[in-house]
Design a protein around this ligand. Sequence first.
Ligand code: ATP
Ligand code: MG
Length: 482
Amino acid sequence: MPDYMFLLESRLSPEQRAAMLRVQELASVLGFNVYLTGGTVRDLITGANLRDLDFTVEGNPSKMARELEKGGAKVLSEDEKFRNVELLFAGDVEGSISAARDEHYVRPGTRPELRWSTIMEDLRRRDFSLNAIAISLNPASRGLLLDPTNGLSDIEHGEVRALSIHSFTNQPVRLLRALRLAARMGFKLESRTQEWFNLAIERELQLTITPEDAGEEVRSLSREERPQLILKEWEESDLLERVHPILAKKHPGYDAINRLIKVRDDLYMAGFRPRLATPMLLAILSRLKDRELSHTLSKLGYRSAEIEAIEKFPEKALDIQKDLAGKKTKTPIEAYRYTEKIPMEYVAYLLAESSNSVALSKLKAFLHKWRPVRQALPIVATELEALGMPRGPKFDQIVQDVFAIQLNGRAKTPEERVKILRKLSGIKEPPKKKEKEKKPAKAEKHIETPAEKKAAAAEKHAVHERHKAGMKAAAAKHKSKK
Ligand code: ATP
Ligand code: MG
C-alpha cells in the first residue's frame, strides 16, 4: 500500500496541515472517526492542486465546528439537515466537514431519505467512483485508503464512472457534474456511464435540474482552473440552456475568461494564488447586460447580498483604478503601499480588463519589480547590521527609507547601498590607512615611526570605545522601551 499519509503531508501547505491536525485532534477528543474524502483525495491521487480539505466524520460535525470557531476558524455556512459545515480555517484554508450519510431513494428521481451511516455507506452513495475514495485519519489506521467502488482504477484509466444506473435519474445535476469533472481532468465518460448519460438526455432529464442545483454548479465552475473547457462541453450537450437560457443564447464570455486566465498564470509566476471566483463569474457572464446578470444570478439561487457584491465589484475596481492613476499614488513608494493593500482579485480583474495605462503600469511594476525588491529587503537589514547599527525603530526606518530609494531605481549594488546606509545611519567609514598620503611614498615603503604607531593604536582604541558606547546606549534604549 502506498503511504498516503506521507503523500498527503508532503502535498499539504503548512496551514492545511495544521487544519488537518486540528480536525484529527478534535475528532479523537469527541470519539468520532474522521476521514479525508471527495475532491481532496481525488486531487491528491491525481496530483492536482489541493484547494480545499473535505472531511467526513462518523458523527455530528456541529460540535467540532463550535470548537474550531473558538480556535479562530470561520464557519462560512452550516446545513443542519445534511450536517455539513463549510469552513475557513486559520491561514485561509478552505474546507468542509460532513457527517457520513447514506441516501435511500424510494423511487428513482424522488428526494432521497437520509440516514447517518458509516464511511463505507457514505462512499457508496456518492456520484462517481473517483469521488468515492477516503483516507483514514484515525489513529489505528492513519493513511489507509478506503476505495469500495474501485475509483483508483478509474483514475488510472482516465474515466468518470457513475456508481449506479439510476445515478442521473436520481440527481440530474450529475449530468453537469459528469461533464465538469471529465473536462477538468481531461477524462472521458466510462462507456456504460456514457450510455446512461445519453439515455438521460434522450429522456430530457436535464429539464428537471433545479435552478438551485445548477447554481451550485455555476459556483463550482467559477472556481475552476479552466472553466472554458467545461462551458464548451455544456454547450455541446445543450446543457448550458439548463444553466440559464440567456447564457446559452448570448454565449459565455470566452475572451474575458481567457484574459483572466492569462493574468492568473502571471500572478502564479509572481507567487500569488488568488481566489478569483467573482472576477471569473463576471467573465463567464460578461456578455449579459446588468439586468440580465442580476436576474440570472437570482434565478440560480445566489443570495441578494451576494448579487450586490458581484454587481458592485466592477465599480469598486474602477475606484481602485482611479486611485492608481491619481495623485494618491504618485511616487513608487506611495503606489507600492497602496497596491499591497488591494485584494488580489481586484488586481487580477484590473490587469485583465482595464485599459488605463497608468494604473496598469503600476500594477505590473508592483508584481514584477517592486515586490522582488521588497522580498530582498532582509539583505539590506543584514548590510545595515554589519555596519554596526543596532536593531530598533531607527534601524527599521532606515531599511524602509532604503526601500523607497530602491523603488526609484537607486541603491541597486551593495556598494551603492552601503554608501546610502552610512549616510542615513550616520555611521562613518572607519578611518582607513590613509591611502592618499601613502601614494607619494609609493616607491619606498613607509616605515611607521614609534609616534605614528602609537597614534594609530590610540585611534583604533577610540573607534572601538565609540562603537561599544553606541551599542550600550542602543541596548539601554531598547531595554527601557520594553
Ligand atoms: P471540487 O474540487 O470542485 O470542490 P469536489 O469533488 O470536492 O470538487 P464538491 O461539490 O465539493 O466537489 O463535493 C464534495 C463531494 O461530495 C464530491 O467529491 C462527491 O463525492 C460528493 N458529491 C457532491 N455532489 C454530489 C452529488 N450530486 N451526488 C453525489 N455525490 C456528490
Ligand atoms: Mg470540495
